[in-house]
Design a protein around this ligand. Structure first.
Ligand code: BG6
Length: 487
């Protein structure tokens, strides 16, 4: 299958940090379809050779094993070329059109990894230049807007130019192998499904913690914050994957219909829940891995009086038959104690105790997303042989079943962007977000943004290198639970 893949924002960070390395891995694994051409589009005046050279230099920063040898890069570089464009000039789109017409490939992918403010202009110009053919697919990187209205405005323009089946909205969390394993765990096995409901589950916790701060993205992050950056998209997609009903088949719309129902069933906010069930924080100076790090307000591009949140913890419920009354906790933040993303499914305690189990503990399934990718099932057992089962007050000890997917599948593992790019080339929409899902997610987070805008008290400070403000622990403690690392 011959393809042309056009990267708008072709000299930007995302392209060299994530997209090119992912394409190179697919090329190395032999999964990138033959006959491909990758076109970087940017404002700089570069020749193809200069563009290849700049990508090669950037590849030197790619982590060890994933870095190409110079011989491998030379073969990969044959696919790369560069087109200079001013994205507001119709003539430049006409020139791109001519460049694409040279080959008449089966598939053309327009990947918009520019600032979202340019999305509508690019789509309108693509249409004006006749570049929205049925062979064309468009990929949109987050953030898609900063609230419901701006998200709908982008979706409306894109929707005028492309059909929904041509639109690939990326949420890179859906490309992670661990998230696909979550679907496999739930819908490819029978073991957990009967237990996957309010009768057996006490609470569910989603944690997405980063050790890194805002790095060089202070300017962007100031206008974004953790709620828009991580909760509106990644966290809610994970929540959907956990809570959705089994889809009738594995087709994109069957899956997306079920996710949408979960988003629609999320408990609406009230003034009371907004003030008690949402905690925002901002990191102050502290230490991470033994190294001192500055506070958020001292990062470059950040206002010294900033009220942007770098941490959010919240509690919600899903108002449906399966989940009514089960708290779902979401927590995400930068400069936290560890880089760790996991989902904890906390089961209810046994209804009648004949053994002692460690105080407050019950069975738990931990789905590790990163850095480890695997499952951990926490059970209770006894190693004692002197006093048999009949003896009173026997104490059970916690034991774990530990499944390491990286070990099991090793080199077969495919990174998130590699998976998603191959899916775009193949036209598979399963791991991409539909416009109605995205709008529903914005509809749900918007009251939080509005509440914060009027609340005089800003985010609560937390020291870098910790698990966030103590109010986050207090919130969950009010329900009689605790975050995984505290129990
Ligand atoms: C991105 C956010 O979507 O996800 C970043 O914009 C964040 O702020 C990143 O660091 C986290 O992704 P991952 O895959 O490193 O967990």
């Amino acid at each position: 299958m011959a393809f042309d893949l056009v990267f708008f924002g072709g000299t930007g960070d995302l392209v060299w940090r994530k997209l090119m390395p992912a394409l190179f891995q697919a090329f190395r694994h032999g999964t990138l379809p033959e006959g491909g051409r990758i076109i970087g589009v940017g404002r700089d005046d570069l020749s193809d050779a200069q563009y290849r050279q700049s990508i090669q230099t950037k590849f030197e920063k790619v982590e060890g094993e994933k870095r190409p040898s110079s011989e491998e890069f030379a073969r990969f570089a044959d696919l790369l070329c560069y087109v200079r464009m001013d994205l507001s000039r119709p003539e430049d789109y006409a020139a791109l059109q001519q460049r694409l017409a040279e080959r008449q490939t089966d598939t053309v992918v327009m990947y918009l990894s520019t600032a979202p403010i340019l999305f509508t202009t690019i789509c309108e110009q693509l249409a004006a230049a006749g570049l929205n053919t049925p062979q064309t697919r468009i990929v949109l990187e987050k953030p898609l807007g900063h609230d419901l209205a701006s998200n709908r405005a982008i979706n409306a323009v894109v929707g005028k130019v492309f059909k929904e089946q041509q639109i690939f909205r990326i949420d890179h969390y859906l490309g992670k192998p661990s998230v696909q394993n979550l679907f496999a765990l739930r819908f490819g096995n029978t073991l957990f499904e009967p237990l996957w409901r309010r009768e057996h589950i006490a609470n569910i916790q989603i944690t997405m913690a980063e050790e890194l701060g805002v790095e060089k993205r202070g300017g962007f992050y100031e206008g974004t914050g953790a709620l828009r950056d991580m909760v509106q998209n990644h966290a809610l997609q994970l929540l959907c994957a956990i809570a959705m009903e089994p889809p009738i088949n594995a087709h994109a719309d069957a899956i997306r219909d079920e996710k949408l129902k979960v988003l629609r069933a999320l408990r609406r906010w009230t003034p009371e829940t907004l003030s008690q069930h949402v905690i925002r924080g901002q990191y102050s100076a502290g230490s991470v891995d033994g190294q001192p790090v500055p506070g958020y307000r001292d990062e470059s591009g950040v206002s010294p009086t900033s009220s942007t949140e770098t941490f959010v913890a919240l509690r919600t419920e899903i108002a449906n038959w399966r989940w009514a009354g089960v708290p779902f906790y979401i927590r995400t933040g930068k400069r936290m104690a560890a880089r760790a993303a996991h989902i904890e499914i906390n089961f209810r305690p046994t209804p009648h105790q004949i053994f002692h189990t460690p105080l407050g503990q019950a069975n738990k399934l931990v789905i590790h997303l990163q850095p480890k990718d695997g499952l951990e099932l926490h059970l209770f057992a006894t190693g004692q042989s002197k006093r048999g089962l009949g003896s009173t007050g026997q104490t059970l000890a916690p034991v774990h079943l530990d499944l390491d997917f990286d070990k099991r599948f090793g080199s077969e593992r495919v990174g998130a962007y590699e998976r998603l790019l191959l899916d775009v080339l193949d036209g598979r929409l399963n791991l991409f977000v539909r416009s109605d899902e995205q709008e529903e997610a914005w509809r749900w987070v918007e009251p939080i943004l509005q509440h914060w805008a009027t609340e005089p008290v800003g985010p609560r400070p937390y020291n870098a290198g910790t698990w966030g403000p103590s109010a986050s622990s207090a919130m969950i403690a009010r329900d009689g639970f605790c975050w995984g690392e505290e129990c």
